[in-house]
Design a protein around this ligand. Structure first.
Ligand SMILES: *Cc1c(COP(=O)(O)O)cnc(C)c1O
Ligand code: SF4
Length: 372
């Protein structure tokens, strides 16, 4: 019997949800884990847990419950980016941007990340019943401006192949929906889930994109590489969303290694998120200036292809906004003054008109500071 159970399902059944289910690791405080998990569920599997090397390391911090989750500043919010309020026209759907929506198809994950933006929901709700899913499909049918549906969660790829196919099939029957996207952490935390059976389903629904989620170079294992490769070989472009996390990856060299490692797996870095003001996660938040320094370092030192966009998702439903090191010192009708990653400033003609008088020294890469 057991030989017929796919590996990913046996791993899900490794069922690590209490302090005592963990391997014997130095520094584990089981009481603390069991205290915190009453409020925010704890779940992991033998694969991801095996990546822990020592107390407090980057993998540990992402999955092991900590008392710090219970001591938030008062202004931290459960729904920090306003997903459930006015922007949710039907249950399980967030429609914030004109042409695209976020559709929560499940609230279960393969692990519960301690820093999760949806900490209020994940692991606490069942899979939406089909009649509620149908309400979402009706809304999507009526709203012809929607051309892009992002399946999210929870982790959509934890659904069974045939159930996922049922959802994809419904969505594909809506003529104005052009692009399907799946947000999934499984290539990172349960890569065994990306079976050939799964990619056989997914590839029937192109154009379909996957955004996955890696936060540290140690997660770029052979298994993860096989999973991403399988998706990509099925014609699915795979991007990565990374969260900037204090003590995990808030370091230019670690971030560089992560981004270059992703690229070697053919995964395109997409977003680097500033951690949201989510209740239970404040100990992961870095200063925005740290993020800006990391972006400056990446932009200066590695291929643009490996550089994600740094985004802040504003509270109250403001949406994602890209921020970056300020390249523009000033601009007027004639000139734009730009600053490169080394802090050198360059003047460039802002006007498209060819009548302007441009001193030739401005066009030879001469450092502007010498003229000021
Ligand atoms: C992030 C997000 C999307 C997708 O945004 P992109 O910037 O196009 O990747 C859509 N809807 C909501 C509510 C989101 O948070
Ligand atoms: S996998 Fe994603 S949704 Fe699930 S806990 Fe982690 S960050 Fe949250």
């Amino acid at each position: 019997m057991s030989s017929t159970v796919p590996e990913w399902k046996s791993l899900m059944r490794s069922n690590i949800r209490r302090g005592s289910d963990l391997p014997d690791l130095d520094g584990l405080k089981q009481d603390e884990i069991d205290n915190v998990r009453k409020l925010y569920p704890f779940f992991s599997n033998a694969y991801y847990t095996s990546l822990i090397r020592e107390e407090g390391d980057p993998i540990w911090q992402q999955i092991i419950p900590s008392e710090q989750e219970l001591n938030d500043p008062t202004y931290y919010m459960e729904d920090a980016v306003g997903e459930d309020g006015d922007d949710s026209p039907v249950k399980h759907l967030t429609h914030r941007y004109p042409d695209r929506v976020l559709f929560t198809v499940t609230y279960t994950c393969a692990i519960y990340c301690r820093f999760c933006t949806r900490k209020r929901k994940v692991g606490k709700n069942p899979v939406p019943p089909w009649n509620e899913m149908q309400d979402v499909f009706s809304y999507l049918r009526e709203h012809t401006e929607i051309r892009d549906v992002l399946l999210s969660g929870g982790d959509p790829l934890l659904l069974e192949d045939n159930y996922l196919e049922r959802i994809l099939n419904e969505l594909r029957s809506i003529p104005h929906i052009e692009v399907l996207r799946i947000g999934t952490k499984l290539p990172c935390v349960l890569p065994q889930r990306v079976t050939e059976g799964l990619t056989d389903v997914l590839k029937r629904y192109h154009p379909l994109f996957v955004n996955t989620h890696f936060n540290h170079p140690r997660e770029l294992t052979e298994e993860a590489s096989v999973a991403c490769g399988r998706l990509i070989d099925a014609g699915i472009p795979v991007g990565c969303q990374t969260v900037l996390l204090k003590g995990v990856n808030d370091d230019p060299e670690i971030m560089k290694e992560l981004m270059l490692g992703l690229l070697k797996m053919r995964v395109k870095p997409y977003y680097l998120y500033q951690a949201d003001l989510v209740k239970g996660t404040h100990h992961f938040r870095t200063d925005v200036s740290t993020g800006l320094q990391i972006m400056n370092y990446l932009q200066g030192n590695i291929s643009g292809f490996a550089v994600p966009m740094y985004v802040i998702d504003a509270p109250g439903g403001g949406g994602k906004m890209t921020v970056g090191p300020n390249r523009m010192v000033s601009v007027d009708d004639e000139w734009i003054v730009l600053r490169n990653y080394e802090g050198k400033e360059f003047r460039y003609p802002a006007s498209g008109s060819h009548d302007a008088e441009i001193p030739s020294e401005y066009l030879t890469g001469t450092i502007l500071a010498d003229y000021l």
